[in-house]
Design a protein around this ligand. Structure first.
Ligand SMILES: Nc1nc2c(ncn2[C@@H]2O[C@H](COP(=O)(O)OP(=O)(O)OP(=O)(O)O)[C@@H](O)[C@H]2O)c(=O)[nH]1
Ligand SMILES: [Mg+2]
Length: 247
């Protein structure tokens, strides 16, 4: 299962981006599991529409910006979903039995619809790294993810970008520049130009994360990296089978 890590300095917009990517992936029939790095993540995630079933909080040890045993956390979360699904299935069967004898026992009406549906098992993991203050140097965060999305606020100081050892910028798969709406235009432009000069071949996407502006571009880049060849082929097949529309 692929892991997407959202990294970046404090307050850069990671949670917001994570929520947007979650929504976007869902709309493409993925079911992400969101892993937050602190209890403060829980409420904003729920507000952004991440379902409680697919939300888990794993707090890294102090001094670390990601949890080291993420696989265990993911396994636990998936086991919980499976257990719940199994309970639901049992409840459905039990209700069937109950309904058979309902008239005999003079029971009131109970409906299958009252039992929640079983939940899909997640097929992609979204992890928010803790933003430690100077932001972009965490090797362990890099190692954790299959896809690294690094979030940079447009107002960041150029010196920080130019520092040595910014692993999370150097090795990012996608650079997302946030808060372009509240940053002076020349400052934002300088940040973007500088990043483009250093990282010529990376997708560098300015967004207004809070309004979802350009998040479709971010999603496209994520999808490209997520898609396995089989899935791509299937999509292509489907496109080809579509009847040509006229008009
Ligand atoms: N105007 C504006 N505000 C934004 C943008 N992205 C995020 N914010 C706001 O910036 C604040 C921090 O956003 P979060 O998504 O919580 O940032 P974070 O990186 O997860 O923060 P920590 O986890 O606390 O390090 C929130 O108040 C967001 O609403 C943006 O593109 N434009
Ligand atoms: Mg956050």
């Amino acid at each position: 299962m692929k892991k997407i890590v959202i990294a970046g300095r404090n307050d850069s917009g990671k949670s917001t981006i994570l929520g947007e990517i979650y929504k976007g992936l869902k709309s493409k029939d993925y079911q992400p599991l969101a892993v937050g790095s602190g209890v403060q993540d829980e409420k904003p995630y729920l507000l952004k529409g991440i379902e409680a079933t697919y939300l888990t909080i794993a707090i890294p040890e102090s001094g670390h910006d990601v949890i080291t045993d993420i696989d265990r956390v993911v396994r636990n979360a998936i086991n919980l979903i499976k257990e719940r699904n199994s309970l639901i299935q049992h409840a459905k069967k039990a209700l069937e039995e109950l309904n058979k004898v309902r008239s005999v026992l003079d029971l009131g009406h109970l409906y299958q619809e009252d039992i929640p549906p079983v939940s899909a098992i997640p097929d992609v993991i979204l992890i928010e790294a803790v933003g430690i203050n100077d932001g972009y140097k965490s090797e362990e965060t890099r190692r954790l993810g299959d896809i690294l999305v690094s979030v940079v606020p447009a107002g960041i100081k150029s010196e920080i970008i130019m520092e040595q050892g910014n692993t999370l910028l150097d090795e990012a798969d996608i650079l997302v520049i946030t808060k372009i709406d509240e940053t002076a235009r020349d400052v934002a432009t300088t940040t973007i130009k500088l990043l483009k000069r250093i990282y010529r071949y990376k997708p560098i996407i300015p967004v207004v994360a809070t309004q979802g502006v350009h998040m479709d571009l971010v999603l496209d880049e994520v999808l490209k990296r997520l898609a396995d060849p089989v899935r791509l082929l299937e999509n292509e097949e489907r496109e080809r089978k579509k009847p040509a529309r006229s008009g």
